[in-house]
Design a protein around this ligand. Structure first.
Ligand code: ADP
Length: 398
């Protein structure tokens, strides 16, 4: 079996891809196609023998994938030369139908389509990628890896919303959770840092990237998570509000004349740090706060306060907490957010050591003081490697 896996992450107008060498976790090649079907199509590809960066009109996902395959050839080696063992497709929503990565068949495609109402922006794009990749690479195993799958272990009391039965039974309204691929990878790495078996560790994983979520992991299984039916619930994010009173939606439809779609769009794309600070990137929020911008400072405080609330809630969910784990763009790189998020939690045994917290070391590491009751860790995530590993495992199954 080859050790290379092509990981594909298809959005509505983009294709992100990486050729992952599972043996050492490195990316042999990778790139991004943007603005598919729009003006200003663009291809960026990093290969072992060179880099491509050019404007290129890309009509649809089929043309996009053809451009990806051509980019491999142009920069030294075709996918066939690598002997790719599997294609791993990132799929956002598996509903309650997929608790594991799955070898893609026509039936699996139909099932992903059947749950697409739950992720109308993401799943159709993921499916477009699956269709064109299966057609272009028919002799390779294709595997779907779901953002929701790791959270299928949530107990009913954690995934059930207290809403009318028909919403739950007919319309799939419940907590699903996302970022599962990242949380699974990071949980395993955290157990390695702690020198313990994953089955023995109780963790709170804080995936703080553009999207952000908190997950309570008990003995390697997700038992609660902050994102819900969609990724909107929970922590404050770059452009998403996270938790708000659900009555806000009807209130705005009534008093501001907005449509349900307007409110949904505003909550997902124009809220969060972007609404509070005028910038969705945490580095910009810091720059503004450092120069005395009070709105940016408030955004930072709201963001970290929400993280702190979830740490407390999930500590209670788990009873015993072994480690708090920061990951993703903000979690891995932002000592100020980490320090603010745990400020005042010393009585719960949670604190960071300032020197360790500010160390620029990019490896998985401990940033709490020696002997702390709860370890605080920074663990770089690697969703592509996790998808690649899972895809090879699923492809090898009879
Ligand atoms: P995604 O959720 O898209 O995978 P990432 O996990 O890469 O995103 O996180 C991206 C975000 O991480 C950026 O929008 C930015 O806010 C934040 N980020 C990246 N580097 C830093 C840094 N050095 N300090 C603070 N925040 C950072």
């Amino acid at each position: 079996m080859s050790r290379h896996v092509l990981v594909l992450n298809c959005g509505s107008s983009s294709i992100k891809y990486q050729l992952v060498d599972v043996a050492d976790g490195s990316a042999a090649s990778g790139g991004l196609i943007e603005r598919i079907g729009e003006q200003g199509g663009h291809l960026h590809h990093d290969g072992p023998d060179g880099e491509l960066d050019r404007d290129e009109a890309i009509a649809d996902h089929e043309a996009g994938l053809a451009a990806v395959l051509a980019a491999f050839v142009e920069t030294g080696a075709s996918l066939t030369d690598y002997g790719v063992g599997a294609v791993g497709h990132r799929v956002v929503h598996g509903g309650d139908r997929f608790a594991e990565p799955v070898l893609i068949t026509d039936e699996v495609v139909d099932t992903i389509e059947a749950v697409s109402d739950l992720a109308p922006l993401h799943n159709p794009a993921n499916l477009a990628g699956i269709r064109v990749a299966r057609a272009a690479l028919p002799d390779i195993a294709h595997v779907a890896v779901f953002d929701t799958a790791f959270h299928q272990t949530l107990p009913p009391h954690a995934f059930t919303y207290a809403v009318p039965e028909v919403w739950r039974t007919e319309h799939g309204v419940r907590r699903y959770g996302f970022h599962g691929t990242s949380v699974k990878y990071v949980s395993r790495k955290a157990a390695e840092v702690l020198g313990r078996d994953a089955g023995d560790c109780n963790l709170v994983v804080l995936h703080l990237g553009n999207g952000a979520s908190a997950t309570a992991v008990a003995g390697g299984c997700s038992v609660d998570t902050s994102m819900g039916l969609t990724p909107l619930e929970g922590l404050v994010m770059g452009t998403r509000s996270g938790d708000i009173d659900p009555a806000v939606v009807a209130h705005l439809i009534r008093v501001a004349g907005l449509s349900a779609e307007d409110v949904d769009d505003q909550l997902n794309r124009h809220s969060g740090l972007s609404a509070l600070a005028g910038a969705n990137d945490m580095r910009d929020v810091h720059r503004r706060a450092d120069s005395g911008d009070q709105a940016a400072l408030l955004a930072l405080e709201v963001y970290c306060y929400r993280v702190r609330k979830y740490i407390g809630a999930y500590h209670a969910v788990l009873g015993r907490l072994d480690a708090l784990v920061f990951t993703a763009g903000v979690g891995e790189n932002d000592p100020d957010v980490r320090a603010r998020s745990v400020a005042g939690l010393e009585p719960m045994g949670i604190q960071v050591d300032p020197a360790r917290n500010h160390s620029p070391n990019g490896d998985a590491r401990t940033i709490s003081p020696d002997g702390a009751a709860v370890a605080v860790l920074v663990v770089p995530t690697n969703e592509e490697l996790e998808i690649a590993q899972q895809a090879l495992i699923a492809a090898a199954q009879p």
